[in-house]
Design a protein around this ligand. Structure first.
Ligand code: HEM
Length: 134
């Protein structure tokens, strides 16, 4: 029989949060040219709605990430694992800060750089998470 325990719930919620945070950015980015063609204001409206969905899922990733750390107990892991986790946490922070600046700046250049940065840092965090599984 399939055994679905607390650790499965933990990983499911962690990956769900990561999927919405990162996948949402990819899909919204792909839709921007289409939305702009419909109405120049449409990308801004869609981005605002996306932010209302994405931030709660970012919080979900961080909360379940803390739950992961408590379960894994990094003190009992290899130096490589700890380094990967450290780099991952920096990338998570970078992704969150970049997304925040992206949605609050008035500068087009800063918006472009931080929008790309939020996605690349998020993808980097995902790669670190995969590497931690071994
Ligand atoms: C954008 C943010 C994040 C992404 C994309 C992400 C991604 C991932 C992925 C893909 C895994 C592997 C899951 C598996 O199949 O077992 C993972 C595991 C893990 N994550 Fe994250 N994560 C993020 C944020 C965090 C944060 C903020 C923390 C700590 C506070 C964290 C701590 C962990 C730990 C400790 C594991 C290992 C869990 C285990 O082996 O049971 N993650 N993460």
């Amino acid at each position: 029989m399939i055994d679905f325990g607390a650790s499965d719930v933990r990983i499911f919620l962690h990956l769900l949060g990561a999927a919405v945070w990162i996948g949402g950015q990819i899909v919204l980015g792909a839709l921007v040219p289409v939305l702009r063609g419909v109405d120049p204001e449409a990308p801004r409206l869609a981005a605002r709605r996306f932010a209302q969905v994405a931030w709660p899922f970012f919080v979900l990733v961080v909360v379940t990430g803390i739950w992961n750390v408590l379960e894994v107990d990094p003190a009992n892991t290899t130096l490589g694992y700890q380094a990967t986790l450290g780099i991952k946490l920096l990338l998570v922070a970078l992704s969150g800060v970049a997304a925040f600046v992206h949605s609050s700046t008035e500068s087009r250049a800063v918006r472009g750089i931080t929008g790309g940065g939020a996605l690349v840092a998020g993808l980097g965090a995902f790669v670190c998470g995969v590497l931690m599984v071994g």
